[in-house]
Design a protein around this ligand. Structure first.
Ligand code: PAF
Length: 291
């Protein structure tokens, strides 16, 4: 596995691959890798001749400096996992190069996708995500970029950005990978104590209860979200940031749950923020999803 820390190094490698007629699959990450990330790497590998993974904890997408400071970093382990997966290039951008002195350009996002869920709960978050992803795309020049479905709003925003900016990149979505007890894999799970982790199970359990109620005919969004709140708020130290029924593809809030609806939630478990969602009744998202 080749490793680059400079933009010029990664760019030259990508250019060389493209000149040799090789396709490039790209998985952008913030590190602290887990099986969910490796699933995305495998999707990229299935589709492309070469696979690039970036590991960069992007400061511009954190609305809370403490959250940024506590974001887990496990570079040596990440490197080993990626090498074992047969990744061709690991890019480790530096903030000095990504955001040099005088940096002043950001991707501005507007419209319904920016009017709910994490866009409201974490002001500036998606501006930072879209900006860094656009920059990473510009350097890596991928044919295919793979993102995890767990971050559904991110996937929808990036797919929209790729279409709006006419980027010649296919966005592929990999499934949410779960622990045996249902907790969605997330880099942040590493920060959960044994007690916090036990409380966190309330999130997938509540979402599954809501999905079951929906399948049995309950369409009142408040009643469905109440099932999530009830499952979580029994524990001390748990705060629900939001739990909303929204409609794909624009993620607009839906008072009545129906076709193409998703129940999405964000919670703080002893101060650690986790997100998850359920596609009600098995709705499908309007970008390619690999099962
Ligand atoms: O999903 C993530 O890990 C990040 O938001 C991403 C896409 C790597 C951008 O920093």
């Amino acid at each position: 596995m080749e490793e680059f820390t400079t933009i010029s190094g990664q760019r030259a490698w990508s250019l060389e691959q493209r000149r040799a007629g090789k396709t490039i699959g790209f998985v952008p990450t913030m590190g602290a890798l887990h099986e969910g990330h490796l699933t995305l790497v495998r999707r990229a590998r299935e589709r492309c001749d070469r696979v690039v993974v970036s590991v960069y904890v992007n400061p511009t997408q954190f609305d809370n400096p403490e959250d940024l400071a506590k974001y887990p970093v496990t570079l040596e382990q990440d490197r080993q996992m990626l090498a074992q997966e047969g990744v061709d290039a690991l890019w480790l951008p530096t903030s000095g190069e990504m955001y040099p002195d005088g940096y002043c350009t950001f991707v501005e996002l507007v419209g319904p996708l920016m009017e709910g869920l994490c866009a409201v709960a974490r002001p500036g978050h998606f501006r930072g995500v879209a900006t860094v992803v656009a920059k990473l795309f510009n350097v890596v020049q991928p044919d295919v970029a793979v993102f995890g479905q767990k971050d559904l709003q991110q996937v929808m925003i990036i797919s929209r950005m790729v279409a709006d900016l006419n980027l010649p990149i296919e966005v592929v979505v990999g499934p949410t990978v779960r622990e045996p007890d249902g907790l969605a894999m997330s880099s942040r799970n590493r920060r959960l104590s044994v007690e916090s982790r036990a409380k966190a199970i309330g999130l997938p359990t509540g979402l599954e209860l809501a999905n079951r109620a929906f399948k049995q005919g309950e369409t009142n969004s408040l009643k469905l979200t109440e099932l999530v709140y009830n499952e979580l708020l029994v524990h001390p130290g748990v705060e629900v940031d939001y739990a909303n029924v929204v409609k794909l593809p624009k993620l607009e809030e839906a008072e009545t749950a129906g076709e193409a609806c998703v129940l999405a939630a964000a919670v703080f478990i002893d101060g650690i923020r986790l997100i998850d969602h359920v596609l009600l009744g098995g709705a499908s998202i309007p970008v390619k999803v690999d099962e």
